[in-house]
Design a protein around this ligand. Structure first.
Ligand SMILES: Nc1ncnc2c1ncn2[C@@H]1O[C@H](COP(=O)(O)OP(=O)(O)O)[C@@H](O)[C@H]1O
Ligand SMILES: [Mg+2]
Length: 284
């Protein structure tokens, strides 16, 4: 669990000081995925750095599972944007082993950590023996994620984890994120995204930032039914919610269409009410 209490932070530069975050309070729950959304410059990256303990707030407190974020060390895993740029070891195996090895883990325990992290991220044994540059872009992203997971963090922070991936890569990254919070171990996941679709489909809770302030915190269902809030923050609706609105305007009642799977269900149901029974051919 992450607790932000009255957190403020300003950058000091030669030209003066820029307020990046102002009086943010929120509780980001364990075993849930929280998305942070907001237009460019709204404070998302700064907030992640404060939660990650990389930067200390000017005022207020950031605690992670009850401890000051700055004192949490490797229990916070930070996956920077395009983390694959930081792969450097001779083999994928060595790269994943690097983090836990720096924590002093050796021998069987180290091997077990690498194997477990590789399994979690769908990296097969063959890939572990390759050099990082021999992997595809999507595989590199997974290898970088595996390297963080091998340190067994209880909080995982990801800045735009799906940026630049193809649709199947995006799906895989978010399915891994979901599996992390579904396990028996205590895990809090926070990701930054520019995609309203990803926030709607993959987050349990959403923190909306606007000009360094908290504009809202709530479930996707609550956030994406408040178009006024979103437009006030310079954000749009997910495509499926736009479609939902179009259908309402036609006098139809599709119900909530927050993401593609729920939109697909709604459309099938509406067709059913018209006496048409679609037979799905594959996954949406
Ligand atoms: N290193 C920095 N020095 C000075 N100002 C910064 C720095 N990094 C970010 N800022 C400012 O802080 C505010 C929040 O930035 P940031 O957290 O990067 O927003 P986001 O990630 O939402 O785009 C912006 O006004 C930005 O210009
Ligand atoms: Mg940013």
């Amino acid at each position: 669990m992450i607790e932000l209490r009255n957190v403020s932070y300003s950058y000091r530069t030669i030209s003066g000081s820029t307020a990046a975050l102002e009086n943010i309070s929120a509780v980001l729950p364990s075993n849930k995925v929280t998305a942070v959304i907001g237009r460019t410059g709204s404070g998302k990256s700064t907030l992640m750095e404060l939660i990650g303990g990389i930067t200390a707030p000017d005022s207020g407190t950031v605690t992670v599972n009850g401890l000051d974020a700055g004192k949490c060390g490797s229990s916070i895993g930070f996956v920077f944007q395009y983390p694959e740029h930081q792969l450097f070891a001779e083999t994928v195996y060595d790269d994943i082993a690097c983090g836990p090895s720096n924590l002093g883990i050796r021998g069987d325990e180290l091997e077990a950590r690498v194997t477990e992290a590789a399994e979690l991220t769908h990296i097969g044994k063959r890939l572990l023996r390759l050099a990082p540059f021999e992997l595809s872009g999507g595989q590199k992203r997974l290898a970088a994620l595996a390297g963080i997971l091998a340190m067994k963090p209880s909080v995982l922070l990801l800045d735009e984890p799906a940026a630049g991936l193809d649709p199947s890569g995006r799906r895989l990254v978010f399915s891994i994120i979901r599996s992390l919070v579904s396990g028996a171990e205590d895990m809090t996941v926070v990701f930054v995204t520019h995609s309203m679709e990803d926030a709607a489909e993959h987050a349990d809770e959403i923190l909306v930032l606007n000009g360094g302030r908290k504009a809202a915190f709530g479930t996707p269902s609550r956030i994406f039914t408040d178009e006024k809030l979103l437009s006030g923050c310079g954000l749009g609706l997910p495509e499926t919610v736009k479609l939902q609105k179009e259908l309402y305007a036609l006098g139809l009642d599709p119900g909530e269409m927050l993401d593609v799977p729920s939109a697909f269900g709604s459309v099938c149901e509406m067709l059913g009410r018209c006496g048409v029974s679609p037979k799905p051919k594959g996954n949406v």
